[in-house]
Design a protein around this ligand. Structure first.
Ligand code: DSN
Length: 424
């Protein structure tokens, strides 16, 4: 949103306009290292801000419960087609409002309350909706979890196999939010088959890498795949489900009428635009740079004696164990925010601290790479992170770091994201 885009909001609601403008300034003047965030293109944001928000379209293309759906039908058909093409999937549902809703729809499609599910432990890098006791998925289902190996920090496939054989879950869930390494979907498929479980893979974090074929795809291995559209995939905030043709009806019915009401057609239009962007060669080079940048960040931080969970990364994110730096995750998050670097505290596997404090920090390169930053800037960012932690009580030194962050941000405007060629 630029000045012009906010003109009407400013007239109608100056308080909200001011908050939006300040948030835009915050995004421009700080370095976004939250691994699950990105910068959607103007094209995506324009589609999301369009008149499609006015339209009710409960149902699916060609079978709606409202009149006047011919144009939004085209939008949803294109979104579904592009999602299928992008991931080589047999069926796509683009209506989930979020990743959590996509996951819930899968549970509704395949499970009854009390059924057993097995997913990655949230405290080891899983997700709330994979069976955490504080989430509906841990309360309505009999949820079990597997974790990573204490010494290596790597997913322990033998543990997954053992747990699955013991528990015999109806649904086996793969996917993570704070796991920096590749996930072996073929091994999950084999385990699911051996115990008669349905395999669901949540690729919310790595969807962009999978679309660019820079991370192995779960599509040949899993019955159903869920994702968000706003992380590495760089679309609007939302969710989607991919599945085999045989499950299409079941999934569609679970999303609507099972779980949701009217689809957000403006968001679906923005998803369609982002899927088109992701089909362009520029998107593959963007994802390659995301991976190159994370490698540079890992190497630099190792050089400053940071402890990286698993020793490094194969994806867009890193998990730092800060215990050797004598600072908690929450302190590091706040300290870095004070110098204009945004990241999030994160539990490390077997973390002795609570989730509100944590011993870790999760860092990702999707957003800074979208701004055009490369290895030179990443080296500077690693140095600034190290300096900020080293002089955490020295106001003057922190002020200088804040200044360097500002200068770097000014040289890389957030709105330079531009990827869609005409036609195609
Ligand atoms: N909140 C997301 C993340 O930051 O990874 C997961 O849903």
């Amino acid at each position: 949103m630029d000045e012009n885009g906010l003109r009407e909001v400013r007239l109608t609601d100056p308080e909200i306009a001011a908050a939006i403008a300040e948030e835009e300034r915050r995004q421009q003047d700080s370095l976004e290292l939250i691994a699950s965030e990105n910068l959607a293109s103007r094209a995506v944001r324009q589609a999301q801000g369009s008149v499609l928000t006015n339209k009710y379209a409960e149902g699916y293309p060609g079978a709606r419960y409202y009149g006047g759906c011919r144009h939004v039908d085209r939008v949803e058909q294109l979104a579904r087609l592009r999602a299928r093409q992008l991931f080589q999937a047999e069926h796509a549902n683009v209506q989930p409002h979020a990743g959590a809703a996509a996951n819930l729809a899968v549970y509704l499609a395949f499970l009854k309350p009390g059924d057993r599910i097995l997913g990655m432990n949230l405290a080891h890098g899983g997700h709330l909706t994979h069976g955490s006791p504080v989430n509906i998925t841990g309360r309505y289902f009999e949820a079990y979890s597997y974790g990573v190996d204490r010494a290596s920090g790597l997913l322990d496939m033998e543990e997954v196999r053992r747990e699955a054989a013991l528990i015999r879950p109806k649904l086996l869930i793969a996917g993570a939010t704070a796991y920096p390494r590749r996930i072996d979907f073929a091994a999950f498929e084999e385990i699911a088959r051996a115990v008669g479980a349905i395999l669901m893979v949540d690729i919310a974090h790595i969807a962009g890498l999978v679309a660019a074929k820079l991370h192995p795809s779960p599509v040949p291995h899993a019955a159903v795949i869920t994702t968000t559209t706003h992380k590495t995939l760089r679309g609007p905030r939302g969710g989607a489900i991919l599945c085999r043709r045989q499950y299409a009806r079941r999934i569609d019915q679970a999303v609507f009428p099972g779980l949701q009401g009217g689809p957000l057609m403006h968001v679906i239009a923005a998803k369609a635009v982002s899927f088109k962007e992701a089909q362009q060669p520029e998107f593959i080079s963007y994802q390659e740079r995301v991976l190159e940048n994370i490698q540079v960040l890992a190497e630099e931080l190792r050089g400053y004696d940071f402890d990286l969970v698993t020793g490094g990364s194969d994806t867009h994110l890193l998990l730092l164990d800060l215990r050797s730096k004598d600072i908690t995750g929450v302190e590091a998050e706040q300290l870095l925010e004070s110098v204009g670097i945004t990241a999030n505290k994160n539990a490390v596997p077997f973390d002795p601290r609570s989730p509100r404090v944590t011993s870790g920090l999760r860092l990702g390169t999707p957003a800074i790479t979208s701004r055009g930053m490369g290895p030179e800037q990443i080296r500077l960012i690693a140095r600034l992170i190290n300096e900020a932690l080293a002089c955490r009580t020295e106001e003057a030194a922190l002020g200088k770091i804040r200044q360097r962050v500002c200068e770097l941000c000014r040289a890389f405007p957030i709105d330079q994201v531009k990827k869609v060629p005409a036609g195609g």
